[in-house]
Design a protein. Structure first.
Length: 415
């Protein structure tokens, strides 16, 4: 049956003709390409890709392994923290320098009374927000805000135990378990994307299977949760008692290895790929990592660091009275060029082909020894335990004494 144009309506006919023409144009003049590997900054790169901001060092938990937390009600620390306007100036400069993501961390960043204001200010600049939190201070009002104005990155929530006894044995804060679950349930109910990770400690390490089973039910968890277990000491080198507690709660190298190798095939495959790229002696260059490249970390008081844990006085830049641009262009390159001088480091770490596998770095030397280049024995033991398991060294062998390391790496990655 032929239907008159008047019945269909002239607008409908014109719309159909428009889409026919558009389809023709797209097929003839527009080509599709996969941009996943395309370099958006082929000609010029932004000075900053991502900036970490520690909004406060205060926390409502007092975790037995924590390297940074101060008491929630520490008024002295609170008074020294950057003001709202100072933080906005830093965030605005980061945006002007090309930053696409800002990570708000702490301490517990939600303790800041101006968090909502800083969050909205950052999002309105077009910058994604990555929020690290224990979730205890997520209220219905905050959840509503995060749902209405999504952060652009998944929130990261650290879990300290699946039961009240284990959770609060880590946090040392009464009521923290119930508040954690309230916050998590608010995120779930409002469909705010988040992932979970865990700090693996004596009170909770027996709960791994239960934790992972629950984590798998979270809609935005696309892989197994990550774990912290080889904990660093206090970043400010400010509390010998807490340092002893952290050392007491570190996993032994052997226990850590058992956890790393739970899925042996996956671990071996990942290590083959990793070792083929990153295992080689670093020489005298201390900063072999990516610290300070494309960003840095602003502490709660206006000092810019190359990374979250490096607070050595020779490696921090005052941006409360300066600029991010000067730090990234002038100060950071000078720090990154630092050479090792410690004879023990030069004898061992500088010649060790396992350096890429080891977490030894200037930040870890700083928190353990107060300088930038003292070897950290605990990390050395952890790395050698892994290397023995992988067959890269024999039991009792020291990696810095191995001369045929290239052949060993080639044999390992080829098999």
């Amino acid at each position: 049956m032929v239907v008159p144009v008047g019945v269909l309506g002239a607008d409908l006919v014109l719309t159909a003709l428009f889409f026919l023409c558009l389809n023709y144009i797209m097929k003839k003049y527009i080509s599709k390409t996969d941009i996943s590997g395309y370099n958006l900054f082929k000609k010029s790169k932004p000075l900053i890709y991502k900036l970490d901001i520690e909004l406060t060092e205060r926390c409502n938990n007092n975790c037995i392994h924590c390297s940074i937390n101060l008491p929630e009600n520490d008024l002295s620390a609170k008074q020294k923290e950057l003001s709202t306007d100072e933080l906005k100036r830093i965030i605005k400069e980061a945006a002007d320098l090309g930053a696409m993501t800002i990570r708000f961390t702490g301490g517990e960043p939600l303790l800041r009374e101006d968090f909502k204001e800083l969050y909205l200010f950052t999002r309105k600049l077009g910058i994604k927000v990555m929020l690290f939190t224990n979730a205890r201070l997520i209220t219905p009002e905050l959840a509503e805000l995060l749902a209405k104005y999504p952060p652009g990155e998944k929130i990261e929530v650290t879990v300290y135990g699946m039961h009240k006894e284990s959770y609060e044995a880590v946090t040392c804060a009464k009521g923290s378990f119930e508040e954690f679950w309230r916050g998590v349930n608010l995120l779930l109910n409002k469909k705010i994307p988040f992932i979970v990770k865990a700090a693996l400690l004596p009170p909770n390490k027996h709960e791994m299977e239960e934790f992972e089973a629950w984590a798998a039910t979270i809609p935005w968890m696309d892989k197994n949760p990550s774990y912290s277990m080889f904990f660093g000491l206090r970043c400010r080198r400010d509390d010998a008692v807490k340092n002893r507690l952290i050392q007491k709660n570190r996993l032994s190298p052997e226990d850590g290895l058992k956890i790393l190798t739970r899925d042996k095939d996956k671990y071996n495959k990942g290590m083959k790929e990793f070792c083929s790229k990153f295992t080689r002696p670093p020489g005298t260059k201390l900063f072999a990592c990516g610290a300070g490249k494309g960003g840095g970390c602003v502490d709660a008081y206006g000092k810019l660091q190359l990374c979250l844990t490096l607070r050595h006085q020779d490696t921090i830049h005052d941006i409360k009275n300066g600029t991010l641009k000067d730090a990234i262009q002038i100060f950071f390159p000078k720090v990154q060029a630092t050479k090792a001088k410690n004879p023990d480091y030069l004898k061992r770490c500088a010649k060790c082909f396992l350096k890429g596998l080891c977490e030894q770095c200037p930040a870890k030397s700083w928190i353990e020894s107060g300088d930038l280049d003292t070897p950290v024995e605990y990390l050395c033991e952890v790395t050698h335990a892994q290397a023995e398991y992988l067959g890269l060294i024999e039991k009792g062998e020291k990696a810095w004494e191995v001369e045929d390391w290239v052949e060993r790496i080639n044999n390992f990655t080829a098999n």
